[in-house]
Design a protein around this ligand. Sequence first.
Ligand code: SF4
Ligand code: SF4
Length: 319
Amino acid sequence: MYRMKFKNGLSNMLNIKKILRRIKLTNSKTAYIELSNICNAKCIFCPYLTIEESGKKLTTMDNGIFEKSIDYAVKLGYEKFSFTPVTGEIFINKNWAEYIRNALLNGKVRRIYFYSNAILLNSENIEKILSLPNKDKILFLGFSLGGIEKDTYKRMFGVDKFNIVRKNINNFCRDLKKQKQRIRINCVLYVPKDYQYTKKVVSSIFNRAKYKYFNVVIPRPFLSFPGIKRYNNLDYRNAKEKNEPCSCLKNIRFATNGDVWLCGCVTSELPNDESLKIGAISDKIDVITENKNNILRNWKLKKIIPLACQKCTKYVPEK
Ligand code: SF4
Ligand code: SF4
C-alpha cells in the first residue's frame, strides 16, 4: 500500500512538473514567422484594409527567408513559434504546410500555433494538417469567427463567407474526432457588444461532431488603431498608462520580406511607422540584439516610447 501511495505521489509530482513546464512554455517569448501578409477578408476591426491601401508590398514568404528566419530565431533562443501574421492569412501561402512541417521537425522548436480565418480550411488543407508530424508540439490552432450567423459575419469580416467557414470548421472537427486527434482548437468570436450567444450555442454550430478538444474564446474588447475608423457597436479597450516597457517586446517577428521586428501583435506595424523594426535577417545577430536593447533602454531609462506602442491599447506591463 505504501508502495502504491509512493508510486501515486511520484506520478502526481511528474504530472505537476509537466503542467508547470507547459505553462512556462506557453508564457515564454514567441517568435512570429509571417508566411503571408495577404488576407482574404476585410474585417472592420482590423487595419488590414488601410495597410493594403498604403501601398505596402503584400506577398508570401519564400523558402530561403523561411529557413533563415527559423535559424535566426533558434539562435536567439526562441522555442515557441507562432505562424499568425500581424495581418494576413496563413493558408494563402500555398507552401504553408511544408514550412510548418519543417518547424515541427526542428528539434529546437518546442511549440507552435497559429490563427486563421478558416476561409481556406478546405479538405486539402485539413488533410495537410492531419498529415503533419510531431503534432504534440501544436499548442493550439485558432480560428477567428465573425458571429454565429451569416449577416453579422458579413458585417464584421466584410466578406460573405460564413457558410464556408462553418462547413470547414465542422469538417475539421469531424476529421479530428474520427482520427482520435488531440489538437486543441480555439474559436475566437469577434462580434458587436450586444451580440447574444453562449459557448454552447457556438459549439453546436461549428462543432457538430462534438470534438472534445474544441474551445470557444470570447475575446476582450477590440483594439483600436490610430487613424482607423471606430464603430459605435464595438467595445474598444482603453489605453493604459505605460510606465514600464511592454512585455510583448520580448517577442520577435520575421516578416514575409525578411525584415525583423519586435512584438508580433497587430499594432506593431502600421502604415508609416517602423519604430519596432530592428533589422533584417541579412544583419548580424549582434546588430538585431543591440537595436532591441536600445528600444528597451530608451523606454526604461529615458521614457522614450516607440511610436507603435504610444497609442497601442494592447500594452501588457511586465508582471
Ligand atoms: S483580422 Fe485577420 S482575417 Fe480579418 S482582415 Fe485582419 S488579418 Fe484578415
Ligand atoms: S505596446 Fe503594443 S505594439 Fe508595443 S510591444 Fe506592446 S503590444 Fe506591441
